[in-house]
Design a protein around this ligand. Sequence first.
Ligand code: SF4
Ligand code: SF4
Length: 421
Amino acid sequence: MEAQLKNDLVNVFKSKLSSQMLLNLDTCSRCGLCTEACHAYASIPLVKYAPAYRAEVVRRIYKRSFTAQGKFAPVMGEAKEITDAALMELKEAAFSCTGCRRCMVYCPFGIDTQQIMSIAKLLLVAAQAEPETLSMLADMSVSKGENIDAFKEGFLSGIKRLEDQMIQTWRDEAGEDPIPTDVVGADLLYVALAGAHSIIPSARIFNAAGEKWSLSFFEAVNFGAFVGDPTKTKLILDRIVNEAKRLRVKEVCICECGTAVRVAKQLKGAPFKVVSLTEVHARYIRQGRIRLKKLPGSYTYHDPCQIARNGGVYDEPRYILSHLVNDFREMSPDPKYNWCCGGGGGLVAMGDETLDFRMQSAKVKADQVRGSGADVVVTACENCHTQLSDLNKHYGLGKEVRFLSSLVADALLPEPQEARG
Ligand code: SF4
Ligand code: SF4
């Protein structure tokens, strides 16, 4: 590695050394309480998958560049220079971590391995050694924001096809404008994912609730966050922020995409509120704006780490499910300690490249789902849905995997006649 690049990478590392990060880097007592907490280690017991080991890969570089002992007696402190080999180690550590933060719940000091891995990802981006697939997907999202006029026509004709589908299926309830776009003064901007499954059920529910809404031109998923590039993360999020400001909406509702929800909720000082689709659906039920019938069968719920453990949304999905089903079976261990599905942190977005690792490292998740005894496993995140579907196939679990929003749409009862006026 050239001296200039090495120097640049040390400076990039330095830019991440907030007081919180210093605590994460300086505090580990190597007690090992986090080891079994990581689904990857619990499923594949190799030391490289232990949270404290992953952190140590970053910590050694920190010691070498920023501590006196590391600078003057590197062998004693196990300090390491940034080299090409060190970058490969960082890549393995960071992209086998889903950022689920289960280890943090078990750590007596609350050390945040996901935060430490954000340094690894940033160094990889600066050295142009990040996973190519994620980087390419992030660039495409940024480019869409810069050239929206070139994408608009194709997007709108795609929406027109979905509207035709809605009108054919739900002639009476589809209304005149089943999927509104570009509505200045709408109350809510819905940011979906590409694909009918993320748009049609939500459109049905918004329309049934009488919401004054508008569908965003942009998809929610933030590949910049997956790859760990803060500049691209911001550019991708800014597309939505600017649209929300232009339309003067009161609320931005992010679809079932855990990372997109987490990134958008971190926004500070925006003139609108950010909510997840699950929170909006729970509100509609609470306010009597939608009515649901009970669905047959037994159900369990997988909490997406970014929405539940990292976002605090535990009660709303269970509240919705209490209106949807009679037979709900909580998984064990309980939600705070829920096993990660094993697909976050960009692993699902990397597709077949990560499939073997995802299946092996999430064996504990497959066991947890099987142990619930439910027929249907419900979730509220696209990544989790894909990963759970892959696990279902790989481990022959025999479950049905469903999005919470699509269950709500299936269970919608028509408005009473008197409410229609
Ligand atoms: S954040 Fe999750 S995946 Fe990463 S080390 Fe901790 S438990 Fe493992
Ligand atoms: S639980 Fe915390 S202090 Fe103990 S080894 Fe893990 S990160 Fe270090």
